[in-house]
Design a protein around this ligand. Structure first.
Ligand code: PXP
Length: 241
C-alpha cells in the first residue's frame, strides 16, 4: 500500500488578509489559524517570509516557532539574511524558493544549478543545526541533480504550471513530474509537491510516484472562507440581537 502523504498547510494568505488592513487588526490570529489547520489534520505548518513582507512578518515566524505543535517549514529566498532568520528561529525545515518582488506568487522553480555553490553552503549551515532543507524546483532533471549536489534532503516540485495546463500539454508535464520524482527518489531525496493545488488537482497529484508531502495554501484559505463564513455571520448576528 502507498504510504500516507503528509499535508503541510501554508497559512501565508491568512496573514495576507491581515496585511491588507496594514497589519493593524488582531485577527486573524496566526496561532489560532495554525491550530485550526492542525485540528483538521495538518502535519506541518508552512510559511513564506518574503523579502517584501507582504504576508508573513517576522513576529509570525517568532510566534509559530515557539508555539507550533507540528513541524514548521519556512519557505525563503536563497539569501544570507534569510539564513540568519532561519538560524535564529530554527524551523524544522527550510524550503529554498526563488523570489521576485513584482511576482504575484512564486511563479517558477528555483535555479539551483546556477546558484549551486551558494546554496550548498547555505544548506550545510542549516543542516549543521538540524534543519532539513528542500529545494522548490520545476520538474527538470538537471535541477533534481543540482539539488542532490547541494545536499538537499528533499525536492518540492512546483505543480503550478501542471495544474493550469490542459490536454496533451498537461500529460507531457505530468510525465516530466513523474520522471523527476523517480530521479529524486533514486538519489535518496524526499519528493514533495506544491503550488496551485485545489481539491481536484490534489486528488491527481496523489498518483505521483514516491510523493511524501504536499504544501497547500491558497485553495485551503479560500475554501475556509466558503466553509466558515456562515458560522462567522451567525456569531455576528447573535451579538446584534
Ligand atoms: N510550496 C511552495 C514552495 C510555495 O512557494 C507555495 C506558495 O507560497 C506553496 C507551496 C503553496 O502554494 P499555493 O498557495 O498555491 O497552494
Amino acid at each position: 500500500m502507498k504510504n500516507k502523504i503528509r499535508l503541510g498547510v501554508n497559512i501565508d494568505h491568512a496573514a495576507t488578509l491581515r496585511q491588507v488592513r496594514g497589519g493593524m487588526t488582531s485577527y486573524p490570529n496566526m496561532q489560532q489559524i495554525a491550530e485550526l489547520a492542525i485540528q483538521g489534520g495538518a502535519e506541518q505548518i508552512t510559511i513564506h517570509l518574503r523579502e517584501d513582507r507582504r504576508h508573513i512578518q517576522e513576529k509570525d515566524l517568532r510566534l509559530l516557532s515557539d508555539v507550533c505543535t507540528v513541524p514548521l517549514n519556512l519557505e525563503m529566498a536563497a539569501q544570507w539574511k534569510m539564513i540568519q532568520f532561519a538560524r535564529k528561529y530554527k524551523p524544522d525545515w527550510c524550503c529554498f524558493v526563488p523570489e521576485k518582488r513584482e511576482e504575484l506568487t512564486t511563479e517558477g522553480g528555483l535555479n539551483v544549478k546556477i546558484n549551486q555553490k551558494k546554496i550548498s553552503q547555505m544548506t550545510e549551515k542549516l543542516q549543521f543545526i538540524g534543519i532539513e532543507c528542500s529545494m522548490f524546483i520545476d520538474p527538470n532533471l538537471e535541477q533534481v541533480n543540482a539539488s542532490f549536489e547541494v545536499g538537499a534532503d528533499a525536492v518540492e516540485f512546483h505543480t503550478g504550471h501542471w495544474v493550469l495546463l490542459k490536454g496533451v500539454k498537461k500529460q507531457a508535464e505530468w510525465k516530466r513530474l513523474c520522471k523527476a520524482a523517480e530521479l529524486a527518489h533514486s538519489l535518496g531525496m524526499g519528493v514533495h509537491a506544491g503550488h496551485g493545488l485545489d481539491f481536484e488537482a490534489t486528488k491527481l497529484i496523489t498518483k505521483l510516484p514516491y510523493l511524501e508531502e504536499v504544501n497547500i495554501g491558497h485553495s485551503l484559505i479560500c475554501y475556509s472562507l466558503e466553509l466558515g463564513l456562515k458560522a462567522a455571520t451567525k456569531k455576528m448576528k447573535t451579538i446584534l440581537r
